[in-house]
Design a protein around this ligand. Structure first.
Ligand SMILES: Nc1ncnc2c1ncn2[C@@H]1O[C@H](COP(=O)(O)OP(=O)(O)OP(=O)(O)O)[C@@H](O)[C@H]1O
Ligand SMILES: [Mg+2]
Length: 272
């Protein structure tokens, strides 16, 4: 079964899109490096802000005919074919494919609210094409809306990116609780919270160290810590120039940290 990693947190600006895009590229790159037979990775952008789509494809003009919107609104029978048709190759790597978002996703969400089976509108067609990919990475919007529920229902592993300033145990437990609530509500047996990813860690800030130490010492959350991404200007430069952090500066601290995380994830999917 293809693992699908969903980056999710209802807090805005915590590094969901940065992490989703760089993890997706990193997995494809590492799989190629180790000579994997299938190094293809699919990045799914479920956020109407379309940041992940824009940086990886250079485009933000996807609409009702050629984006995730088309998949969600398609007839059940034709949805897998529509999904296959709207996937595009990223500009970052031939093995990184993108299911693009569009601002119109909010409209789709409103239209689908309350319709039977709506949380499965992504998961069902995706199940048909998932075997073509070594891994799937899903970016989400900063809320637990219907669209994010659809992303969680389609996923196997939830990774929660969190900035050190939001690292209070109570807040983090409530995010994890919300994911579990959605999983149990829709009986998604394959979904688990598999990681907490600390982002924008500024080692000069004592409070950040205190928060990180508290997290490490926590009996449940400490085990979930899957990486610490430093606050690094190279990330902002990469973001602005629509590059991956690896292309922007492979030696930057954030590149090394994302590469480390990618190594862990590729081990989990049995690729290296
Ligand atoms: N490690 C980092 N160091 C410095 N800046 C970072 C880092 N990670 C992310 N950023 C910057 O923080 C901002 C928010 O990041 P990003 O867009 O990935 O967050 P997000 O959680 O996807 O936001 P949203 O909730 O709006 O979708 C961006 O400008 C990005 O360049
Ligand atoms: Mg985002």
């Amino acid at each position: 079964m293809t693992r699908a990693f969903v980056l999710t947190n209802h807090k805005g600006g915590v590094g969901k899109s940065t992490s989703a895009t760089n993890i997706a590229l990193g997995i494809a790159g590492l799989l190629r490096q180790v000579g994997a037979k299938n190094p293809r990775v699919l990045l799914i952008d479920t956020d109407s802000q379309s940041h992940a789509t824009l940086v990886t494809t250079g485009r933000n003009d996807f609409d009702t005919t050629n984006s995730l919107y088309s998949v969600l609104m398609a007839e059940r029978q034709s949805a897998p074919q529509v999904l296959a048709d709207v996937i595009v190759q990223s500009g970052w790597d031939e093995n990184l494919h993108v299911l693009p978002a569009t601002p119109l996703l909010e409209q789709a969400e409103r239209e689908l609210q309350g319709t039977a089976g709506s949380p499965y509108r992504l998961a069902d067609p995706l199940a048909k094409i998932a075997p073509h990919y070594a891994a799937i990475v899903i970016d989400t919007r900063p809320s637990f809306s219907l669209m994010t529920e659809m992303a969680l229902v389609a996923a196997t592993d939830a990774i929660v990116p969190v900035e050190p300033r939001y690292l209070e145990t109570v807040g983090l437990m409530s995010v994890i609780g919300k994911i579990h609530e959605i999983r149990d509500g829709w009986r998604i047996q394959n979904l688990r919270v598999s990681g907490v990813l600390v982002t924008k860690m500024d080692k000069r800030v004592r409070g950040h160290h205190n928060m990180l130490n508290e997290l490490k010492a926590h009996p449940m959350l400490g085990k979930l810590l899957c990486g610490v991404i430093p606050m690094n200007e190279a990330v902002s430069y990469a973001h602005r120039s629509h590059r991956s952090i690896f292309t922007q500066d492979p030696k930057a601290p954030a590149s090394r940290a994302y590469a480390h995380l990618v190594g862990r994830l590729v081990k989990q999917i049995g690729g290296a």
